[in-house]
Design a protein around this ligand. Structure first.
Ligand code: DGP
Ligand code: NA
Ligand code: NA
Length: 216
């Protein structure tokens, strides 16, 4: 057993996931959170899914840009594979004490694919066995308000009618453990609420909360 000072041997990093509709402000909140945790001396990395840098990620990126067309189930499984290919690295980072702030995870997988009409249980199945987050924060905004935010970037899913269905899917998917933040508040207020929730989670994981797997 390796003991580092007074740190318990089962001390680990926290797996923190941010979810929400497109244009909810997730990505800027992830980077603000990263700098504030780094400043306070925490070992932390910012990740995002899809990770467009892998081979699978490039197929996803081309699909999202409407440069390729894929069967709804086929693309669902690619998004899932994109999370699986990062699973072992994710686990070793967490076990070595690094916290991960993850911009989208399995919940996006289920919310976006089930918004196309795929069965939710079918959508969840390939995610079984991925690491379960210690914290899911949902940045809540109405699809209409999100659409007003400087317009969408033009990727496949960035359309009001589709985002309305994604919002409904997220409502079905979320449980009492999710933390909901009003994403229409000023950016600094969202940041402050997020930091408080996350700090508590990081402490709990540092005290040796065991890792678990989806779905809880
Ligand atoms: P982002 O890089 O966060 O803008 O995500 C790209 C788009 O892909 C966004 O509209 C959300 C969607 N998305 C993210 N993960 C998944 C997934 O696992 N499955 C599906 N179908 N869509 C996803
Ligand atoms: Na997007
Ligand atoms: Na994803």
């Amino acid at each position: 057993i390796h003991m580092e000072g007074s740190k318990k041997s089962d001390s680990r990093g926290a797996l923190i996931v941010l979810e929400g509709l497109d244009r909810c402000g997730k990505t800027s909140q992830c980077s603000r959170l990263l700098s504030s945790l780094e400043k306070s001396g925490h070992a932390v990395e910012s990740w995002r899914f899809p990770d467009r840098n892998t081979g699978v990620g490039q197929m996803i990126s081309s699909y999202l840009a409407n440069d390729s067309h894929l069967d709804d189930r086929a693309i669902h499984l690619l998004f899932s594979a994109n999370r699986w290919e990062k699973r072992s690295l994710m686990e070793s980072k967490l076990r070595s004490g690094t916290s991960l702030i993850v911009d989208r995870y399995s919940f996006s997988g289920v919310a976006f694919s089930s918004a196309k009409g795929l069965d939710m249980e079918w959508c969840k199945a390939p995610e079984v066995g991925l690491l379960a987050p210690d914290l899911v924060v949902y940045l809540e905004i109405s699809p209409e308000q999100a659409a007003e935010r400087g317009g969408y970037g033009g990727e496949r899913y960035e359309k009001l009618e589709f985002q309305k269905r994604v919002a409904e899917s997220y409502k079905t998917l979320r449980d009492a453990t999710w933390k909901i933040i009003d994403a229409t508040l000023p950016i600094e207020d969202v940041e402050k609420q997020l930091r408080e929730i996350v700090m508590e989670c990081v402490l709990t994981c540092g005290e040796g909360k065991p890792l678990s797997e989806l779905w809880p």
